[in-house]
Design a binder for this molecule. Structure first.
Ligand SMILES: Nc1ncnc2c1ncn2[C@@H]1O[C@H](COP(=O)(O)OP(=O)(O)OP(=O)(O)O)[C@@H](O)[C@H]1O
Length: 314
């Protein structure tokens, strides 16, 4: 579907709500477009609704209200067609431990009613560095290899959309980097990727766009580069010799505030800007006769931004 702004969205979620039978409203009113070919990271604290949202898009859980299209197919009315477009790598690794890698992956393709295609399965296993393990039983594989098998399974029916739910939870740093490399290759092959993660670093590293969900609502969707610019914000804390009761009018600037009962002056600036404004600030302080004992700078991370977003009163 091509939207007015010329961007092709491969998933379109409109007016989605979900109230479970228990009466718990897990999703409030979600509107979300996923662009064709992007890597979209969905961040949110535990219980925010990530798994519910993914499960509804994948047709595993029914929405209470709303319309969801996956590659043009309504996920409720046109479930089968929508589902063949989607690969899902769930959080838990559940596969038959006694089956071989080859049997597991090729059987999975059959479940989607696709004809046998050994050349394709071979290609997927080779791309995921699983080819030399094709005859190994799943139980004999390492945790990282098992995760690759889950991805191979999810790709076996040639989906155009791949969901990765916490792909690197509990995986060591080296394997995590391997996984990132693999996901990038998949994207190059044209697959759109939506991943959920608790590792903010993972979103920073991988995503084209980042969405933050909290208490069943999407509270932010932003290009990563834009977020990184926000991330580039730094704070200079000026420890004053004498506390100020209020900011002098000459310093009444949006980027300045008082903290620590007036003992600190906090200046927020863009670390990437050519002129940070610090020299000017120090000049203005001296003009106002405001003396200071010390200076300190801090950089806010995406983690800080995330925490402040999800803690903010809704
Ligand atoms: N089948 C269900 N019946 C009732 N409530 C549910 C059901 N499944 C999930 N919930 C509730 O809905 C809310 C959202 O859960 P969900 O699993 O979607 O969150 P999440 O963001 O994926 O969390 P996590 O990061 O812990 O996996 C939670 O409060 C959860 O307890």
């Amino acid at each position: 579907m091509v939207r007015g702004d010329g961007v092709t969205s491969i998933i379109s979620v409109q007016g989605l709500t979900k109230t479970y039978a228990s009466g718990h409203q897990a999703l409030k009113r979600i509107d979300l477009d996923i662009r064709q070919g992007e890597i979209f990271a969905l961040l949110g604290p535990n219980g925010a609704g990530k798994t519910t949202l993914i499960s509804i898009i994948c047709g595993i859980v029914n929405p209470s209200q709303g319309v969801i299209l996956a590659d043009g197919h309504d996920v409720v009315r046109d479930y089968r067609a929508a589902r063949t477009k989607i690969g899902l790598v769930p959080q838990e690794l559940h596969t038959d431990a006694f089956e071989t890698v080859w049997a597991t992956v090729s059987f999975s393709r059959g479940l989607f009613g696709k004809p046998r295609n050994d050349a394709l399965i071979e290609q997927i296993l080779r791309d995921l560095s699983l080819w030399d393990k094709k005859d190994s039983k799943i139980m004999a594989l390492s945790g990282g290899m098992k995760r690759r098998v889950m991805i191979a399974k999810a790709l076996s029916h040639e989906p155009t959309i791949l969901f990765l739910d916490e792909p690197t939870a509990g995986v060591d740093v080296e394997l995590r980097r391997d996984m990132w490399e693999m996901v990038r290759k998949l994207r190059e092959s044209g697959v759109t990727i939506i991943l959920t993660t608790h590792y903010i670093e993972e979103a920073e590293e991988m995503a084209d766009r980042i969405g933050v969900i909290n208490k069943g609502e999407i509270i932010l969707v932003e290009d990563k580069t834009v977020l990184m610019r926000k991330l580039g914000k730094k704070q200079l804390t000026v420890h004053l010799k004498a506390p100020l009761a209020a900011l002098p009018a000459a310093l009444a600037d949006a980027s300045l505030s008082l903290a620590n009962d007036g003992a600190d002056l906090v200046y927020t600036f863009d670390a990437q800007a050519d002129d940070t404004g610090i020299a000017d600030l120090l000049k203005r302080l001296s003009e106002q006769g405001i003396e200071f004992k010390d200076l300190k700078t801090d950089q806010s991370s995406l983690e800080d931004i995330f925490v402040s977003l999800v803690r903010a009163p809704q």
